[in-house]
Design a binder for this molecule. Structure first.
Ligand code: NAP
Length: 299
């Protein structure tokens, strides 16, 4: 039985792994994707991580992972499908039927992209509909694209895409933007960016690939790509009935990572907290590992 099973290999999981390893614990990181490093890999530039200004998200994820590997953390590829509290510790069943047991669990599975839930969104996923401008933007060089959303991700994505696309529509459901005013000003100054707000996208259309989006007021916007950046949802379905979640599905825990279930900790974007950033995920991971070590010491 492991001392600590960490579910998720983003900054929260990897930071927890380093702290757990340094506390001399037997730790394994379960990762859904081989060599995955979580959402950070999707960020073009991370400009707000202390000491590493301008590093690409991909490079940062790789550096975090290398660090954990150098400390001797072991990784296992697999998807957690169920979590059960046993008399001693926890049993985690994987989607492929394997079972893992651990005295403590640190759940750091992050968040997934929220969908708009409109006609054509699922049908054109990967054929014009994308949730990651940094990953897919280059496919739309010289083309016209639309970005949906009004937060920092949407604004950053629109700016990033404006550097390579012929034209970028930024489409937001309200006139006010949640994202940084400074980025919005930069977008307004761009000749190839058109802001449509308030405007609601009601459908994605096309044949084999996307040819445009339809707005609720009936307007047709011709474009070859739609980048959807309308926020994230915590990956906590597995935790329903296991620990307390808030109304939005985030795990209830303070910065120690302690949940309603003794021995089960959370870290990173799955936790209900004010700021979801790489730096807060890494801090959460450290805290959760220290909490797990303390729990194990107390027997
Ligand atoms: P977010 O701040 O939650 O913004 C989501 C946006 O999507 C909002 O403008 C929201 O509209 C819109 N939206 C949500 N559901 C929608 C729907 N069904 N239809 C249409 N629009 C919808 O999410 P985010 O931009 O992904 O950012 C997440 C966090 O990461 C934030 O704290 C953000 O500041 C941070 N972040 C920071 C940076 C940076 O520092 N450079 C970069 C990226 C992200 P309403 O405004 O009307 O609710």
């Amino acid at each position: 039985m492991l001392d600590v099973l960490i579910i998720g290999s983003g900054p929260a999981g990897l930071s927890a792994a380093i702290y757990a390893k340094r506390a001399n614990l037997d730790v394994t990181v379960l990762e859904k994707l081989y060599m995955g490093t979580g959402q950070v890999a999707e960020s073009g530039r991370v400009d707000n991580y202390l000491g590493l200004p301008g590093m690409s998200g991909y490079e940062m994820g790789e550096a975090f992972r290398r660090h954990a590997e150098e400390f001797g953390v072991s990784f296992l590829e697999g998807e957690a499908a169920a979590i059960a509290k046993m008399q001693e510790g926890f049993e985690v069943s994987l989607a492929d039927g394997r079972q893992l047991t651990a005295k403590t669990v640190i759940y750091a599975a992050g968040a997934t992209h929220r969908h708009l839930g409109i006609d054509g969104e699922d049908a054109f996923a990967g054929r014009g509909v994308s949730y990651c401008a940094v990953c897919d933007g280059a496919f739309y060089r010289g083309k016209t694209v639309a970005v949906a959303g009004g937060g920092n991700t949407a604004l950053d994505d629109a700016l990033y895409l404006s550097e390579m696309c012929e034209k970028v529509y930024l489409i937001h459901r309200r006139a006010e933007f949640r994202g940084a005013a400074v980025t919005l000003e930069k977008l307004k100054a761009k000749k190839n960016v058109e802001i449509l707000a308030p405007a609601v996208i009601s459908a994605v259309k096309g044949e084999k690939k996307v040819s445009g989006v339809v707005l609720a007021d009936g307007r047709d916007i011709a474009c070859q790509g739609l980048f959807i950046a309308v926020g994230m949802m915590p990956q906590t379905e597995l935790l329903n009935g296991v620990i307390s979640l808030d109304a939005a599905g985030y795990a209830m825990a303070d910065e120690t990572g302690k949940t309603s279930l003794a021995g089960f900790f959370v870290a990173g974007d799955v936790r209900n907290k004010a700021l979801r950033q790489v730096v807060t995920a890494a801090a959460d991971g450290a805290n959760a590992a220290v909490s797990a070590a303390e729990y194990l010491r107390q027997g």
